[in-house]
Unconditional design. Structure first.
Length: 204
């Protein structure tokens, strides 16, 4: 699947490059005809052809370098964000799985890890991941009731889904509660209570 996606991106890039070169060639021919207007047609045609060749060659190199640089930047960003995501997920799951057995020192360490990782997320995370991380932090900080704590868990799930998508997973088959079920034993009960609360909300 990733190979097919990469092949499609390469085909699109090639099409854009060829289209850009054609546009540059067309402009070069028009400019050349205006410059050499009134000159011997044979000489004019040869001069326009030569100028178009040079312009197209230069444009091809410039456009190619631009996309190469862009691909290199994307590769560097991806290489930097993967360890950040891995550290974040490990910290979240470690604290979550400890639950009520976590000591005060564990909570302090967890809070310190989150403070340290936030600048890295700001620098490297995708927009979707950054937004879901902000929403999760706000929801878990404001949670004071059991219902609010359970809602924060579903915000956590949205964060994990956003991270998976940034890794390249489409996630179309992953439904609400599927990821929570991997590390929470009563995920189905949480999901049923959430749906019940949602159904009881008055329509706006």
């Amino acid at each position: 699947m990733r190979f097919i996606k990469g092949l499609g991106a390469f085909a699109l890039l090639a099409a854009l490059l060829l289209g850009g070169v054609e546009v540059v060639a067309l402009l070069a021919r028009r400019v050349g005809r205006q410059i050499f207007h009134g000159v011997n047609p044979t000489v004019s045609a040869a001069a326009v052809a030569a100028m178009s060749t040079v312009v197209v060659a230069v444009a091809t190199v410039v456009i190619g370098r631009y996309y190469e640089r862009r691909a290199a930047v994307e590769t560097e960003i991806r290489a930097s964000k993967i360890p950040v995501y891995s550290q974040l997920v490990q910290s979240l799951l470690r604290m979550l799985l400890r639950g009520e057995t976590a000591a005060a020192g564990d909570a302090d360490q967890f809070a310190q890890e989150l403070r340290e990782i936030t600048p890295q997320l700001i620098a490297w995370a995708s927009d979707d991941v950054l937004i879901e991380w902000s929403r999760f932090k706000r929801s878990i900080t404001a949670a004071s009731t059991e219902a609010e704590t359970e809602a924060a868990l579903f915000e956590l799930e949205k964060l994990l889904i956003a991270i998976r998508r940034d890794y390249g997973h489409k996630g179309q088959a992953v439904k609400e509660g599927d990821l929570l079920g991997l590390f929470i034993t009563d995920a189905q009960e949480l999901l049923e209570r959430r749906r019940t609360r949602t159904s009881r909300r008055p329509a706006v």
